[in-house]
Design a protein around this ligand. Structure first.
Ligand code: NAP
Length: 487
């Protein structure tokens, strides 16, 4: 039996939870959130690897409407973030509207009724008037196409699919990749493993992480003096916003960060050979700037080695590098990132005239305000194309998009519209300007290739500017940018 809801949301991560809470508050009670995992949390559920923690301060990386005065650290660990999300779900009574273990496999728009038909794995079908994809930019792991990877005789898993039933203590472990996930995993496991081989393709710029426990006094102050907590969040917000100047306005301003990071390497790494291996050759900020105090110390432990030779294959024993050296290991951790810029829809989406979204996005994903895609009426994306940030909390972008979508839904409801569809020209003009702005950014000119770009080098993931600019753009829904079908 097909189940109808006014709004169906995909994903119970930060975006889906925010969408659900705010829709309810706006009076739209009839909603359902479909979540593929066994629990809520999205990327914070998936990324349970040792050492997982946020790299944006928790007082900023949390909902503006649900402050948590009790964050234990500046940068909350993964379990605490999950608890915060659970707390939000129960505080806003959203639990009954979430269906777990319900992975959306397809969604198709029916023009005659203006309804979306959604199928989840297992075959259950749903219909909805509005369809909101909150399936996340970093939800599907990127597995490296290394020759022979399937022939490995030991254990392999991706950082975002950590197998906690496997005991890595005393084992020989290879970590492939040195991005944001790897630099948290390596220090967390180095002391417990027998040998840790780190395979680095491109070194990351790493700066010190201003992390520490938040004292009981500060927690009590934030709890009882709300304005002090708000002031702290405000300070964090502007600290992060300032960085956007370097990313998109004038990349030379990033030099200061470059100096801090170079000093961090020079001070932390004694061995000049290792120091050279770890020194990036691209402009800082081109790839995500990483924060860690324990990554460089971990790499210098006697049982840890950093390999920079390319991997030529994985065989039954372990990893073979291009210089002919074989590294036999028991476990290979693939800290190789996510399919962020390719295969952007996580499931088959068919819009007007049966057009497939991935087909529409052949030359790169694009949307209007990262939220609506021409030809896909009554559908909205949260954390859609070019809404990612290199400098601040994604929750700011999520809240801005959710506010915009709610206005769109309210307009459509008031007009009794069968559907609304963003005008093609509006989307094109918007993206032309966006790509012009991106072309001047460090992400395009900094001399690196990153997950921000698709295979053609087009940046389809990041917002080129301040978060307040995005908030301003999304503050008021503009009906004239849309085609309306009123039946
Ligand atoms: P990532 O930053 O994309 O890093 C992937 C790493 O794997 C890179 O070092 C990459 O090398 C390497 N790699 C990929 N394919 C390879 C191959 N075939 N052979 C050898 N090396 C290969 O992925 P991530 O570390 O999972 O982080 C992704 C994003 O998730 C971050 O940028 C961040 O936005 C988010 N994240 C956030 C947190 C946090 O808040 N704490 C933690 C983790 C992740 P190249 O650089 O040469 O491509």
């Amino acid at each position: 039996m097909t189940i109808y809801h006014e709004t169906i949301i995909v994903g119970a991560g930060f975006a889906g939870i925010c969408m659900g809470i705010k829709l309810r508050e706006a009076g739209h009670q009839d909603l359902l959130i479909l979540e593929r995992n066994d629990a809520i949390g999205g990327t914070w559920y998936d990324n349970s690897y040792p050492g997982a923690a946020c790299d944006v301060e928790s007082h900023l990386y949390s909902f503006s409407f649900a402050p948590n005065p009790k964050w234990s650290r500046q940068f909350g660990p993964q379990q605490e973030i999950l608890r915060y999300m659970d707390h939000c779900v129960s505080t806003y009574d959203l639990g009954d509207s979430i269906r777990l273990r319900s992975e959306v496999v397809s969604a198709a728009f029916e023009v005659s009724t203006g309804l979306w038909h959604i199928t989840v794995s297992g075959g259950q079908e749903y219909t909805s008037r509005f369809f909101v994809s909150c399936s996340g930019g970093l939800s599907d792991p990127a597995y490296p196409g290394i020759k022979g990877i399937d022939t490995f005789g030991g254990k392999t898993f991706h950082s975002a699919r950590w197998d906690h039933s496997y005991d890595y203590s005393g084992k020989r472990v290879a970590v492939i990749g040195t991005g944001a996930s790897a630099i948290q995993i390596i220090p967390a496991i180095a002391d417990r493993v027998k040998k840790l081989e780190v395979f680095q393709r491109t070194p990351a710029w790493v700066i010190p992480k201003p992390d520490k426990a938040i004292s009981s006094f500060r927690k009590a102050m934030y709890e009882h003096l709300g304005f002090m907590r708000a002031l702290y969040r405000w300070r964090l917000y502007w600290q992060h916003e300032l960085m956007a100047i370097g990313f998109v306005v004038n990349p030379t301003l990033l030099r200061l960060f470059g100096k801090v990071a170079a000093r961090h390497i020079n001070r932390s790494v004694k061995d000049p050979v290792l120091r050279k291996k770890l020194m990036p050759s691209y402009v800082i900020g081109c790839k995500r700037i990483l924060l860690s105090n324990d990554y460089y110390p971990a790499l210098q432990k006697p049982n840890v080695s950093v390999m920079t030779e390319a991997i030529s294959e994985i065989n039954s024993g372990g990893v073979l590098t291009a210089d002919g050296k074989q590294y036999d290991v028991d476990l290979i951790v693939l800290a190789t990132g996510f399919q962020a810029a390719e295969n952007v829809t996580r499931f088959a989406v068919k819009g007007l005239n049966g057009r497939d979204m991935n087909e529409a996005w052949q030359s790169g994903a694009e949307a209007y305000l990262g939220t609506t895609v021409s030809g896909f009426p009554n559908m909205f994306l949260v954390v859609g194309p070019n809404t990612g940030l290199g400098h601040s909390s994604m929750i700011l972008m999520i809240e801005a998009q959710v506010g915009y979508i709610i206005q769109a839904i309210q307009q459509a409801t008031q007009r009794s519209a069968r559907y609304l569809d963003v005008k093609k020209q509006v989307q094109q003009d918007y993206n032309q300007k966006l790509q012009d702005e991106l072309s001047r950014s460090v992400w395009q000119s900094g001399g690196c290739h990153s997950w921000y770009q698709n295979k053609d080098g087009k940046n389809v993931t990041l917002w080129p500017g301040f978060t307040f600019t995005f908030m301003k753009r999304t503050k008021h829904f503009e009906p004239d940018k849309y085609d309306w079908a009123v039946s």
